[in-house]
Design a protein around this ligand. Structure first.
Ligand code: IPE
Ligand code: IPE
Ligand code: MG
Length: 242
């Protein structure tokens, strides 16, 4: 990739289209999820190499529990297997893993694999990988509101302490705002992904299904990001004036 390109600090990826990818190949939906793990591995290595500092990955939404039990079970087992066996590259690349989402009702074995990955990578300072698992933006806002109410109730904060920054710091993870949100598969929606954090993000909706979203596709996305003129409510064309 060209050196002069700006790399977004925090990239969000809504990894969508696994089922359709498999269906087009005459396979069962779950094969799409399996192939998505392979894609994800090389994509994370590539993101670490090009200097992405934070990446939030939408792996499973709070609403995804509505799917067939067999698909949910498959995904839960895939998470366990991947976190335990497929993620060696995480340690090789010094990637730090954190999770966002509700622990309930995730199975104990999933939680154990998540906790182990967090523990093993907590001192790494390369790319921070925020895996959104049983995540929903609405749930996050509810949980953050409850956390803040508790602090207030226990006289640990006053009403004046609550501002935009305070809320940002008290979400599931205290991360910088999203700069760039990529949703594969051509769907044009957020599906409850990081609504607070994405308030000034740029959006990109490639048609490819996630298992085909390789490093080359990622580089195309970065070129598109570099064409955007981010104003943050101001009127200045930052690129032209710099
Ligand atoms: C995304 O792919 C993976 C998850 C939501 C867990 P889908 O399973 O949603 O695939 P499509 O959108 O049905 O093709
Ligand atoms: C969003 O995809 C969730 C993840 C990619 C994990 P969905 O496939 O669940 O979203 P909808 O149902 O098409 O909005
Ligand atoms: Mg989908």
């Amino acid at each position: 990739m060209k050196d002069e390109l700006i790399i977004p600090n925090h990239v969000g990826i809504i990894m969508d289209g696994n089922g359709r990818w498999a269906k087009e190949r005459g396979m069962v939906r779950t094969m799409g999820h399996k192939n998505a793990v392979k894609t994800l591995k090389s994509l994370c290595i590539h993101m670490a190499d090009v200097g992405v500092k934070y990446c939030s990955l939408y792996a499973f939404s709070t609403e995804n529990f509505k799917r067939d039990k067999s698909e949910v079970n498959y995904l839960m087992n895939l998470f366990i297997e991947s976190f335990k066996k497929e993620f060696d590259f995480i340690k090789e690349k010094h990637i730090k893993v954190v999770f966002s989402g509700r622990r309930k009702p995730l199975p104990d074995k999933v939680l154990e694999a998540m906790d182990e990955l967090v523990r093993d990578t907590k001192n790494y300072t390369n790319l921070v990988l925020n895996i959104c698992l049983n995540y929903g933006s609405h749930a996050e806002i509810v949980d953050t509101t409850k956390k803040i109410c508790e602090l207030y109730k226990n006289n640990q904060i006053t009403l004046e302490d609550i501002d935009e920054d305070f809320i940002s710091h008290n979400l599931y993870q205290d991360l910088p705002p999203l700069d760039f949100v990529i949703r594969t598969s051509g769907e044009l929606r957020l599906s409850n992904f990081m609504m607070w954090q994405a308030s000034y993000a740029e959006f990109y909706f490639p048609k490819v299904y996630f298992p085909d979203f390789n490093s080359k596709e990622f580089d195309k996305a970065i070129i598109e990001f570099n064409k955007r003129n981010r104003r943050f409510g101001g009127i200045k064309d930052e690129k032209k004036s710099s």
